[in-house]
Design a protein around this ligand. Structure first.
Ligand code: GLN
Length: 242
């Protein structure tokens, strides 16, 4: 990557983009441009090859069948693993998160292999779907404010020893295993159950991805008033008594 350019790859918008997850791409793009970076956005449909030289890869959520198809294609393609080996940053949501793990249970009730880029394994929860607003404290090592998002998933995700929980829920289910964890990360790979779109509600996570991609500790500040208003509104609505 040159000092001023950033290649942002949006993986399979035709299969994986529920609940406005496209917003994650827009937020990363916009916040990078606000810092003077020249952003090249690459949308990769599921019939195209995954480029291996991107800086940041974003993967959204999906219904059970599209999730099965997306995982089959990504495993066959191999490009995301190569991008990861090249040092790419990968941020995934819900179905995308499950696909980055070792395996998940698909719409046919079968255990299906994922990419194994995150040390997590997903199964299907026995209880009702996890649906609703979530508030969670981000892992303290990340030094980020409270996570706000919306979840809707049947899958539950168990973390292996090399995955750190992204956050711990105060409200909502997150990974759905009853241990209070939400999402996972390891180095340059991130997964969360949060929609929202999650980076619009939590723009400093978007900045974290950009910082990791640029290998810098800080970015120039930008006007966050709009984001703050959205965060405030969503957090208030989640915590208000019904
Ligand atoms: N199909 C997956 C599940 O229900 C993911 C859902 C989603 O991405 N919103 O667990």
């Amino acid at each position: 990557m040159s000092d001023t350019s950033l290649r942002v790859v949006w993986v399979y918008p035709d299969l994986l983009s529920t609940y406005g997850d496209q917003g994650n791409v827009l937020v990363v793009e916009r916040r990078a441009q606000q810092r003077g970076l020249d952003v090249q956005r690459i949308d990769v449909r599921s019939d195209q090859q995954i480029p291996t030289s991107g800086d940041i890869y974003l993967i959204g959520g999906g219904e059970d069948r599209p999730q099965r198809l997306a995982s089959e294609r990504l495993v066959r393609d191999g490009g995301l693993e190569r991008a990861h080996d090249n040092g790419a940053i990968i941020f995934s949501v819900c179905a995308g998160y499950q696909i980055l793990g070792h395996e998940f249970v698909n719409d046919l009730g079968e255990r299906q292999p994922g990419l194994g880029l995150l040390d997590v394994t997903s199964g299907r929860g026995e209880d009702e779907r996890c649906v609703g607003d979530v508030l969670a404290d981000m892992d303290e090592r990340l030094g980020l404010p409270q996570l706000t998002g919306f979840e809707n998933h049947q899958g539950v995700t168990h973390l292996g020893p090399t995955a750190r929980p992204l956050a711990r829920v105060r409200l909502g289910k997150g990974n759905g295993t009853g241990d209070g964890t939400e999402g996972a990360y390891n180095g340059t790979v991130f997964g969360t159950y949060m929609h929202g779109p999650v980076l619009a509600r939590n723009p400093l996570i978007g900045d974290l991805l950009i910082k990791l991609a640029l290998d810098v500790n800080a970015l120039p500040p930008v006007d966050d008033r709009w984001y703050e208003a959205l965060r405030g509104e969503r957090i208030a609505s989640a915590t208000q008594p019904a």
